[in-house]
Design a protein around this ligand. Structure first.
Ligand code: ADP
Length: 361
């Protein structure tokens, strides 16, 4: 089947005086597994429903394969949508649930039999055709909902928090299944989630939404390593943020003045626009922690702090270190025999120039 692109051009949608989508621009590539990530109420479901045709933007365009479909009703858009609730018919067998869309479209019986059989096989439920939805586990119901959507051979698959009703273990398993199925079908897929781990582990690219505005679009690692602002930095992983300003003039070497901490010598490679107050962003695992007084690499930025708390999480230990008025998260990978830092101990935190990000608020 032909892989199609999905585009949103200057899409705006308001409910009454509440602007829910503000000038949304998105370019989703043919065959891409694309995540819409954002906190509750950021407009993710509204955008998905709008692409499906269940709600209509006040201005802007939605294009599939370059064709504006804004005026088309949902049933003629060739888009399949799986809802969070699955919305299976409780009184119908699994087979009949999956066949429903084909029967409605008056597809002949032999084709229905063939397509339903193939769809159930794809989701691994060939042996469950006679069951009713309430005789299935949550994960199996989810697969029926998928089979029912895929059977009509949509060009675009939309998934609204498809895994949120499943427990953690099943969710991890299902997201891999979903991804491998999507790869086999090559179906352009857009899925909504508020779970950053889910988006990061599965998406080719993702868009982070906040208050109806697309904050950033990119591959998960690109958003993680180079967030454009503090919202994305905090929403995708954990980021330490310290407000500061670079002083270049009047001193032998540039210094970094961090609010409430004072002036820190700024390594040459860490140059930043002088004078402008910005957020200094760095990930907990990019810091090197040493006991106070230990030798310091002069190419790095160093801060002094005191350990406030430590949490052992198996793979790593997360320390909270007080640096002036700030609490800094420091992750140290754990292995047997690893040196532990005592609570109330004085430490130095070192940061390599390549790990520092300057972020706007
Ligand atoms: P998300 O999926 O990111 O949680 P939604 O798209 O469901 O967010 O909602 C975005 C905003 O739009 C919320 O503030 C919500 O209250 C509002 N909203 C959604 N649907 C309607 C509606 N039918 N009428 C009025 N407001 C709505």
């Amino acid at each position: 089947m032909k892989k199609v692109s999905v585009q949103c051009r200057h899409v705006r949608l308001s409910y009454g005086s509440t602007e829910v989508l503000k000038d949304v621009d998105l370019d989703i590539e043919p065959g891409e597994f694309f995540a819409l990530l954002g906190p509750s109420g950021s407009g993710k479901s509204t955008l998905l429903r709008l692409i499906a045709g269940f709600s209509r933007q006040q201005s802007g365009e939605v294009l599939i394969d370059g064709v504006d479909i804004s005026a088309q009703p949902p049933w003629s858009r060739n888009i399949g949508m799986v809802f969070q609730s699955y919305a299976l018919w409780p009184h119908l067998s699994v087979w009949d649930n999956v066949a429903f869309g084909l029967v409605e479209r008056r597809v002949d019986r032999a084709t229905v039999r063939h397509k339903v059989g193939a769809a159930l096989e794809l989701v691994g439920l060939s042996a469950f055709g006679d069951r009713r939805p309430n005789q299935l586990s949550g994960g199996q119901q989810q697969r029926v909902a998928l089979a029912r959507t895929i059977v009509i051979e949509p060009q675009v698959l939309l998934l609204d928090e498809p895994l949120s009703n499943l427990d953690k273990t099943l969710r991890v398993q299902m997201r891999q299944e979903l991804l491998s199925m999507q790869r086999r079908l090559g179906l352009t897929t857009i899925f909504v989630t508020h779970d950053q781990e889910e988006a990061m582990t599965t998406a080719d690219r993702m868009a982070v939404l906040d208050q109806g505005v697309v904050q950033q679009v990119g591959a998960p690692a690109a958003l993680y390593d180079d967030p454009v602002n503090t919202f994305v930095a905090n929403f995708v992983g954990t980021m330490n943020l310290l407000p500061g300003r670079v002083h270049a003039a009047g001193t032998p070497a540039a210094t970094l003045q961090v609010d409430g901490v004072g002036n820190l010598p700024l390594p040459a490679q860490m140059s930043a626009p002088a004078g402008e107050r910005q957020m200094l962003g760095f990930r907990p695992q990019s810091l090197q922690m040493t006991d106070a007084g230990a030798a310091r690499d002069p190419q790095w930025l160093w801060m002094s702090g005191r350990v406030e708390a430590s949490e052992f999480l198996g793979e790593f230990t997360r320390y909270r270190v007080r640096v002036g008025p700030h609490s800094v998260a420091v992750d140290q990978t754990h292995h047997a025999g690893q040196h532990k830092f005592a609570v109330d101990g004085d430490v130095s935190l070192g940061l390599a120039p390549s790990q520092l990000r300057w972020l706007s608020d």
